[in-house]
Design a protein around this ligand. Structure first.
Ligand code: SF4
Length: 254
């Protein structure tokens, strides 16, 4: 379930009784795993039960993180830094993800300024484990052209391209400002109305294409990847990474 889908189910009164400023902020916090659904006191039991089945079970991800952390602790992290485009420090390596610096320590723990979600920790460790040091091909491909991409294309559209399209439809100026705040650079010469290149991770650049739409076609966002992206993250992790992008952009614009 993405933030927009959850938001649609909320009362949308922005009463702040849940401790978040707005229902959108609450929706983002729940999808990120930093707030629980029941902290909105205005959801009836039926709605709560219905939404709860869509919320990821954190105990499963805790176990996943512990396993990855143990495996990462056995890796040569300094060697991994050159494969991942990370920077070596005294503590471990620094990986920039969605515009924020994270330190992955030699024991596999992950730190940053402020709270780090469990999902981001897992994603960074998968990235370090998977990276095969391929040079970027500078060849943009759609998600379904990546290895196993056709299997996850539905989830990719639902978690990424549709929420991004909604974001642009809601407010183009805010959407572009949010993307730019993460370090995106506008790119000329694309077939779309506008396009931006953005590095989600050092070796995972994406191209965001936005079509404004007309009488015949609705507005649309397409996201392209360097053809080497699946050598750095499996497609399931890429869906998660793009889902985090939509959440982060939602936070930038809320
Ligand atoms: S308590 Fe519920 S209705 Fe109020 S802001 Fe939070 S999510 Fe929205």
């Amino acid at each position: 379930m993405n933030t927009i889908e959850l938001y649609k189910e909320l009362p949308k009164t922005n009463c702040a009784d849940c401790g978040q400023k707005t229902c959108m902020a609450f929706s983002i916090a729940v999808v990120k795993g930093s707030a629980a659904l029941h902290t909105c006191p205005h959801l009836d039991k039926h709605t709560l039960d219905k939404l709860s089945v869509s919320v990821v079970k954190l105990d499963v991800t805790e176990a996943m993180f512990d396993k990855l952390k143990e495996e990462t602790g056995k890796l040569d992290i300094k060697k991994a830094s050159s494969a991942t485009g990370a920077i070596v420090t005294g503590d471990g390596i620094i990986v920039k993800c969605l515009g924020r610096d994270y330190t992955v320590k030699y024991d596999g723990s992950v730190e940053s300024d402020g709270v780090v979600s469990l999902w981001i920790k897992i994603l960074l460790l998968i990235y370090i484990k998977t990276a095969d040091a391929s040079e970027l091909a500078n060849d943009w491909v759609s998600f379904d052209r990546l290895r196993m991409g056709t299997v996850k294309i539905g989830a990719f559209k639902k978690e990424c391209e549709i929420p991004l399209t909604d974001m642009f439809i809601r407010d183009y100026t805010v959407a572009t400002a949010s993307i730019t705040s993460l370090g995106a650079i506008e790119v000329a010469g694309q077939p779309s109305t506008a396009a931006w290149k953005l590095c989600l991770l050092p070796k995972i650049p994406i191209l965001i294409l936005y079509w404004q739409g007309d009488e015949e076609f609705p507005p649309e966002v397409k996201v392209l990847f360097d053809s080497t992206a699946d050598r750095y993250l499996d497609v399931e992790s890429l869906v998660f990474l793009l889902r985090e992008l939509t959440i982060t952009l939602g936070e930038c614009s809320s």
